[in-house]
Design a protein around this ligand. Structure first.
Ligand SMILES: NC(=O)c1ccc[n+]([C@@H]2O[C@H](COP(=O)([O-])OP(=O)(O)OC[C@H]3O[C@@H](n4cnc5c(N)ncnc54)[C@H](OP(=O)(O)O)[C@@H]3O)[C@@H](O)[C@H]2O)c1
Length: 311
């Protein structure tokens, strides 16, 4: 089968689309014929080796963790899925979705794709919408609270803005002027141009004090100490990256790690199909252009939502 392959750890320009053996479904797994695969920042980090200590990969490495496709075979012991079922899936520690076929273990990382959710939007959904759900659980905040989202226009941010606004929070979101209307359309109440103003100071000016929750999807390490300035005493600072363990403030700091509670991906897929959650796809590339897709995604060319490879 054709797949996007990294022969070894190294720069993204070593990526090739080439033939590799198709995977076979093990016990409890589905073999999925991939129709579309969504890109995530982690894909590039696994190729370069930046995540080698935490998440080593074997080479040749087939890239990709998000997929939408059709079940072509079921492994021993699989129940609840049949050949021909349309699915969306997140393969996490077993990447390999930017390919003609991939395998996924039956469980919370796979869901049936409802009518009304096409493969491209389905492939854009799993990792980032599940992360947004984890963020909202970690926020422990409801209607009337304030949240600043730094990095609001990308994959994780675009879902979190929607979920937070739907939960009744006042959402302050960063965006360039070109994306201001977009992020408002997702539900942001206030838009902060991070290119011309400091979001931490501007958010406090807008709400007249510190905020209940601040989600930082951009800054890591000591830079999070500055972000923490925007959180009110007793409030919460959330990050999907890494940073200091101690903060000399009375705030709760949560480093959110994506997980998939049972049934959550199915629920998210159904919300998209029903039109109550929107998926923004900035660009699609055919499989033959997948090296270019990953390079352009990693370069920051696209600011809104997701980039998807069609197979
Ligand atoms: N811990 C976990 O389990 C987990 C799960 C998912 C993701 N993550 C991590 O979370 C981060 C966000 O993921 P993602 O999928 O949302 O990434 P993404 O799709 O690449 O989005 C990043 C967004 O940030 C914007 N941006 C860039 N620089 C900015 C700045 N200085 N201030 C404000 N916004 C800025 C970009 O738009 P512009 O064009 O405006 O720059 C883009 O929309 C990544 O580092 C990813 O690795 C972690």
């Amino acid at each position: 089968m054709k797949a996007l392959v990294a022969p070894s750890y190294g720069p993204l320009d070593q990526l090739v689309v080439t033939d590799v053996p198709a995977p076979r479904p093990g016990p409890g797994e589905l073999l999925v014929q991939v129709e579309a695969a969504g890109l995530n920042p982690l894909d590039g980090a696994l190729v370069t080796g930046a995540m080698r200590a935490m998440m080593p990969v074997e080479h040749p490495f087939v890239v990709g963790m998000d997929a939408a496709g059709v079940v072509k075979a079921v492994g021993e012991g699989v129940t609840g899925y049949e050949i021909g079922d349309a699915v969306v899936a997140y393969t996490h520690f077993h990447p390999g979705t930017i390919a003609e076929y991939t395998t996924v273990a039956v469980g919370p990382n796979v869901a049936k794709r409802p009518t009304g959710l096409d493969a491209v939007r389905g492939a854009a959904l799993p990792a980032t919408s599940l992360t947004a759900e984890c963020i909202m659980a970690a926020a422990e905040a409801g209607a009337g609270r304030t949240i600043l989202i730094i990095g609001a226009t990308g994959g994780v941010g675009s879902f979190t803005v929607q979920l937070a606004a739907r939960a009744g929070l006042r959402v302050l979101a960063t965006a360039t002027p070109a994306d201001a209307d977009y992020v408002r359309s997702l539900g942001a109440h206030d838009v902060i141009d991070y290119t011309s103003t400091d979001p931490v100071k501007e958010a406090q000016r807008l709400v007249g004090g510190r905020l209940d929750v601040v989600l930082d999807l951009i800054n890591r390490g000591p830079a999070l100490l500055d972000t923490a300035d925007a959180v009110k005493d007793g409030g919460r600072l959330l990050s999907t990256l890494m940073g200091p363990e101690t903060f000399e403030r009375d705030i709760t700091v949560v480093y959110v790690r994506m997980s998939a509670p049972e049934g959550k991906l199915q629920h998210l897929a159904e919300r998209v199909a029903a039109g109550t959650l929107s998926v923004e796809v900035a660009a699609t590339y055919p499989l033959d252009d997948a090296p270019k897709a990953l390079a352009e995604f990693a370069s920051g060319r696209y600011s809104r939502g997701k980039v998807v490879v069609t197979v």
